[in-house]
Design a protein around this ligand. Structure first.
Ligand code: GLU
Length: 509
């Protein structure tokens, strides 16, 4: 019988999730939806020392902003609640005990200092030291002590760690759905701590136990967890759960734009773009990091950006709605090699989504931010339609729209230097007279009038258009000037064309 697809996103709340984390969540969601499965949020907070308040809510807010949601999780409950590992503390000890009883784990009493000293000693000789199958018989643990000594230590409440007794020289096979067959010999593995005498499991034990109890069918996570996978496979075997073992898929790393190294939380805004989905203020230091939402990205564009960081559909299509992503997504189209983040591509996606938005959708977003004005919604929508093709973000429309609300008082220096000629004042004045005679101030009629004037005076477009545009907008470039003039209206345009004297002095960079 085919197993029900159940996947989980299992972050540790040690800070805001960066785009790589949200991408992992998204791929899990897409995989679940594609296969009619469930998508679960489990919070892995066994390392209380690294707990950051607000990180959990931040993750939920980020995922919701992107437009997807979990089926079970800390915030909504579900049949396997609780979903926060700190609230599941009572569950793990029995499995650590089971591993000890079956000879797959042992008590280790060596203090951190002793272990550290061993490591340092080896380091001085340029060697590596780890607590493993080669060294464990020289350490203080239940393998080297007698049963009575071990019982004695436990009854004295000595602090201990329960370590996994890694099998000797065994090939561990991981059939990764992205990477294929990965084989690691257990000789390379250390005897990881699974449980500590403070009653807390470590990541490895809690992760495997919860995946088993929550009936997770596929573990889809970042490549940084691949080195942990052999231990997880061995744990499933040691616990007698081999038949229920999930399939593994390790996603490619997200790389910095130059391909040099992993994109990390610490990159913050240092690279000139946000690495977080939403703004984040560090609760301890007050340090602020910017997010895609606040930078002006649309959630549907952000979703597309994330989807393409390590996956592509194998076709030319680049714009995908959530439903289309669910249809198209498959793990075998996820690449093995790291995915480089590209700011240009991210901006391109946003630009595409901006073009897809209707003027009325954008007006709803921008209306409150336009300067107070007498323009009707229909006129504002015309302004939006004119400026949209030249914009990447909705806010670009806003900043490019100033001259619709206020007559320019400064004129673009470069255009003045290059295009404002001796005959420009005369051309503007003549055009002003020509336009003054028109009662139809529609863009089409203005254009026809302008062309007739050029014809009559035997003037080129380049002699008349830049000076006229300068007078009307203050800029050398912009959307169709006749459309701009139609929106501004006759009176306003003629007034602006009066100011030929101002132009030489009032230039701006
Ligand atoms: N808690 C781990 C993390 O922070 C989960 C890794 C996994 O998915 O197994 O990413």
């Amino acid at each position: 019988m085919q197993r029900k697809v159940r996947v989980r996103y299992a972050p540790s709340p040690t800070g805001p999730q960066h785009i790589g984390g949200i991408r992992t969540a998204l791929y899990n969601y897409l995989f679940a939806k594609k296969h009619g499965g469930d998508f679960i949020l489990r919070i892995e907070d066994t390392d209380q020392g690294r707990y950051v308040p607000g990180a959990e809510q931040y993750l939920i807010d980020s995922v919701n902003w992107c437009g997807f949601e979990f089926n079970e999780g800390v915030h909504i409950g579900g049949p396997h609640a609780p979903y926060r590992q700190s609230e599941r503390k009572h569950i793990y000890k029995q499995y650590a005990d089971q591993l000890i009883a079956s000879g797959n784990a042992y008590y280790a009493f060596d203090s951190n200092e002793v272990v550290e000293a061993k490591r340092k000693e080896a380091e001085a000789e340029k060697k590596n030291w780890q607590y493993d199958q080669f060294t464990r018989m020289r350490m203080c643990n239940s393998l080297t002590l007698t049963d009575t000594e071990t019982a004695q230590k436990l009854s004295e409440n000595s602090s201990y760690a329960i370590r996994f007794k890694t099998p000797i020289a065994e090939d561990v096979v991981i059939n990764d759905l992205i990477r294929g067959r990965v084989v690691v010999n257990s000789k390379q593995l250390d005897d990881k701590v699974l449980f500590k005498s403070d009653g807390m499991p470590t990541y490895h034990l809690a992760n495997v136990v919860d995946d088993y109890l929550m009936q997770i069918s596929h573990v889809i996570r970042g490549e940084e967890w691949l080195p942990s996978a052999p231990l997880h496979v061995l744990l499933y075997k040691a616990l007698g759960w081999e038949d229920a073992m999930p399939e593994f898929a390790h996603l490619p790393l997200l790389l910095k734009p130059d391909g040099n190294g992993k994109l990390s939380k610490r990159d913050g805004d240092r690279l000139g773009f946000p690495v977080f989905p939403l703004n984040w203020t560090d609760p301890k230091t007050g340090e602020e990091s910017s997010g895609y939402r606040e930078a002006g990205y649309f959630p549907d564009a952000f979703l597309n950006i994330l989807a393409f960081l390590g996956w592509n559909p194998g076709t030319e299509q680049e714009l995908f709605s959530m439903d289309e992503l669910v249809q198209a997504f498959s793990l075998d189209k996820v690449s093995k090699s790291g995915a480089k983040f590209s700011l240009d591509k991210a901006r391109w996606f946003n630009q595409q989504y901006l073009q897809k938005k209707s003027a009325s959708q954008l007006l709803a977003l921008l209306k409150a931010q336009f300067p107070s004005n007498d323009l009707s919604d229909a006129q504002l929508e015309k302004i939006i339609d004119l400026l949209k093709p030249r914009s990447v973000f909705a806010k670009d429309i806003l900043s490019a729209s100033d001259y619709f609300f206020t007559a320019p008082s400064l004129y673009d220096t470069k255009t003045v230097e290059k295009k404002w000629k001796e005959n420009s004042p005369q051309i503007v004045q003549e055009l002003q007279e020509v336009f003054a005679a028109e009662s139809d101030f529609s863009a089409a009629n203005l254009e026809a009038t302008f062309k007739a004037y050029l014809e009559e005076k035997q003037l080129g477009f380049g002699a008349a258009m830049p000076p006229l545009r300068l007078m009307i907008t203050g800029f050398g470039e912009g959307p169709s000037l006749f459309d701009v003039m139609e929106i501004l209206g006759k009176e306003e345009c003629l007034e602006r064309m009066e100011k030929v004297e101002a132009i030489k002095i009032a230039t701006k960079n």
